[in-house]
Design a protein around this ligand. Sequence first.
Ligand code: NAD
Length: 252
Amino acid sequence: MSRFTDKVAVVTGAAQGIGAATARRLAEEGAAVAVVDLTAERGEAVAAQIREKGGTARAYGCDVADLDAVEVVFARIVEELGGLHILVNNAGITRDNLFFKMPKADWDTVLTVNLTSAFNCAQAAQTYMVKQRYGKIVSLSSRSALGNRGQANYAAAKAGIQGLTATLAIELGPYDINVNAVAPGYIATAMTAATAERVGSAPEEHQQLAAERTPLRRVGQPEEIAAVVAFLAGDDASYVSGQTLYVNGGAR
Ligand code: NAD
């Protein structure tokens, strides 16, 4: 009997990076995992890898910024995987720019994909979770929520995740639903590689600079975030709700 035996987990943005590591971790510990990403094709490699290791996973295509699409795909997941107990709101994007030249469209897109998508998925998920009086919602915030040059849109969205988390914990707590957030620092993924490219550095050089500013003197790996998401999604964290846990190598 593993920690997530008989649990169904939905992980958004699970085709790569932190989402893929989280899908793998939850599956390794017994969960049936819905690998949700923009298209099912994008998520299929992660789902197949989980199945090859003896786990249960299916890839689903869904733009989580679209509430109607989320409701449809969550209903399919419940039917095909047999429930919905854990939701990990991980899908996210960046469109960095200094504020004075940030296009309004980039503000809107980043707020929609990083914050409104969490509203969409949590609202769709809670209908199942409230009925069964059990649920775990874990959303990805970021250290950038405290402010980060060139990320007015992203920082606002990730700070919004913290407010949403605190409020959903209050409203859904009476139904035995725990709602928490994880705020990673610099994690080596395609997202941070793209940031490196945008500022004209190689990913390794950019990571080295971030490592030097970090007390643990290294950047984080997706699996180190997945482990914390798994803790918050599990019953060891049964009395933890409304919290944002910073996972950033000790940076203040
Ligand atoms: P990533 O870019 O490697 O992966 C993000 C995934 O989300 C991609 O597979 C992408 O296709 C998917 N996605 C994007 N928009 C989507 C949409 N509308 N619908 C469905 N899927 C969508 O990113 P990552 O670095 O693994 O980051 C994962 C999460 O962690 C994000 O929310 C990110 O903001 C957050 N985060 C990352 C870092 C970091 O350093 N990498 C730090 C703090 C927070």
